[in-house]
Design a protein around this ligand. Structure first.
Ligand code: CXF
Ligand code: ZN
Length: 368
C-alpha cells in the first residue's frame, strides 16, 4: 500500500516526508494505521548514527494506532483493534524464554537491523528508486502506516486515548518500569533521578506509586525540575548550581540514597549516581551512550554492596505492563499526559527541534 513516511536519508539529516510503498502483511505481521507516534531520544541518536542502523530508513518506535490488516496466523489482534507498538524481540532465545524480552539475545537484529529477520525490507520507494530500510524496532512508526509483528503489538481498551499512548511503548515504560519492575524500591525508601526528561519524570511518577519517601530530581533545566516537583519529587537539585552528590548526602544524614536512576548517558553523571548511593544501594543505568563509552568508578565504594544495573525498556513485559500504565493513567495516578506536546506529523522537524532545545519533554506526532 502507499504510505507517507518521514524518511531519514543520511546521517543527521532532517526528516523528509516521502511517499513509499509498504508490503502487505506476511504471516505473523500486522499493519497498523498510526494515530500517534512519540519521538524518543533514541530516534535522534540513530539519525546521528551512534548505532549503525542502515540508511535511508524510516525510524520511529513509539507508535499507537488501529490494526488495519493482519497476516496469516495472527490471532492476538484483528482489524479494528487499538494497539500500542513496542520493542521487538525474537521470542525464541534464552532471555525471551525467561520472560525478559528486553534482553533478547537478538535485540539488535530485531530492532536495529533495518529489515525483517530474513533480510527483506517492508518498504520501497514508489518509482523504482530502491529499498528503504524499515522494521525499526519492528515498526518504523514515523509513517501513516507501520508494519509490526504480532509479538510487538499490545492491545489496549478502545476507550483509551490512542493519541497519547505511543510513548508508552518505549520512553515512558522505560522510566516507569526502571523503578517499578527493575529497582522495585520498598515503600519509604529514597531515590534520586539524574536527568528529568520524559524518561526521568516517568521514573519520578513511578517512585511516587512505589511509595518512596524521598524522591530527588536532578537536572540542569529549572522548568523540568519544576515539573518534576509538581509530579511528586520531594526535592530538586539544579546540578548547575549544586554538587548533587554532596546535596544527596546532606539530605540523607551523610549516608547516601537507597536507589539512583541515571538517564543522561553522561559518564560523569553515572559516576555521581553511583557515588550518591548508600552502602548496599543500587544504581539503575537507563541512558543509552554511544557504543564503546567508558566510565571510571571507585572500586572501594562499589565493594560495600553497591551495584550498577543496566536497564532496557524498564524490564517491561509489554502486554502486562503497558495496560497497567494505561489503567493507572485512567485513574489519575500516572499523569504522563503532562509530559506530552502534540504536533501534526508534517511538523516532525519542529517537534525534534523543540525536544532538542529542551522546550518539549515528549513530542508526539499525530496523524490526521
Ligand atoms: C533503547 C536504548 C538503546 C538500546 C536499546 C533500547 N531504548 C529506547 O529507546
Ligand atoms: Zn525509545
Amino acid at each position: 500500500m502507499r504510505i507517507t513516511a518521514a524518511l531519514t536519508e543520511t546521517r543527521g539529516a532532517p526528516f523528509t516526508l516521502t511517499p513509499l510503498e509498504l508490503d502487505d502483511p506476511r504471516p505473523g505481521e500486522v499493519v497498523v494505521r498510526m494515530v500517534s507516534s512519540g519521538v524518543c531520544h533514541t530516534d535522534l541518536i540513530i539519525r546521528d548514527q551512534w548505532y549503525p542502523v542502515p540508511l535511508p530508513a524510516v525510524l520511529g518506535h513509539e507508535g499507537a494506532g488501529v490494526v488495519e490488516a493482519v497476516g496469516d496466523g495472527v490471532s492476538y489482534v484483528a482489524p479494528g483493534d487499538h494497539v500500542v507498538l513496542t520493542f521487538n524481540s525474537c521470542g525464541g532465545c534464552r532471555m525471551c524464554d525467561q520472560g525478559r524480552p528486553a534482553y533478547c539475545d537478538g535485540f539488535f537484529g530485531c530492532n536495529f537491523g533495518g529489515a525483517r529477520p530474513d533480510g527483506s525490507s517492508p518498504l520501497r520507494r514508489e518509482t523504482g528508486g530502491g529499498d528503504v530500510y524499515g522494521a525499526f524496532f519492528g515498526q518504523s512508526a514515523f509513517a501513516t502506516h507501520a508494519l509490526a509483528n504480532e509479538r510487538n503489538v499490545v492491545k489496549v481498551d478502545r476507550d483509551a486515548p490512542l493519541e497519547l499512548l505511543g510513548p508508552l511503548g518505549c520512553g515512558i515504560q522505560t522510566g516507569a518500569g526502571g523503578v517499578l519492575n527493575s529497582l522495585d524500591p520498598p515503600a519509604g525508601s529514597s531515590i534520586a533521578v539524574f536527568g528529568v526528561g520524559s524518561v526521568g519524570v516517568s521514573a519520578v511518577m513511578a517512585a511516587v506509586l512505589a511509595g518512596c519517601c524521598t524522591i530527588v530530581a536532578i537536572d540542569l533545566n529549572e522548568r523540568r525540575l519544576e515539573l518534576a516537583r509538581e509530579l511528586g519529587a520531594t526535592h530538586t537539585i539544579d546540578a548547575a548550581l549544586d554538587d548533587p552528590v554532596e546535596r544527596l548526602r546532606d539530605l540523607t544524614g551523610g549516608l547516601g540514597v537507597d536507589y539512583t536512576i541515571e538517564t543522561t548517558a553522561v559518564p560523569a553523571v553515572l559516576r555521581q549516581a553511583v557515588d550518591a548511593l548508600n552502602n548496599g544501594g543500587t544504581c539503575g543505568l537507563i541512558g543509552a551512550a554511544a557504543l564503546g563509552t567508558e566510565v571510571s568508578l571507585d572500586m572501594s565504594s562499589l565493594l560495600f554492596g553497591r551495584s550498577v544495573r543496566g536497564i532496557v525498556e524498564g524490564d517491561s513485559v509489554p502486554r502486562r505492563f503497558i495496560p497497567q500504565l494505561v489503567e493507572l493513567h485512567r485513574q489519575g495516578r500516572f499523569p504522563f499526559d503532562r509530559l506530552i506536546r502534540t504536533y501534526a506529523f508534517e511538523d516532525i522537524n519542529q517537534a525534534v527541534e523543540d525536544s532538542e532545545k529542551g522546550d518539549t519533554l515528549k513530542p508526539v506526532l499525530t496523524f490526521a
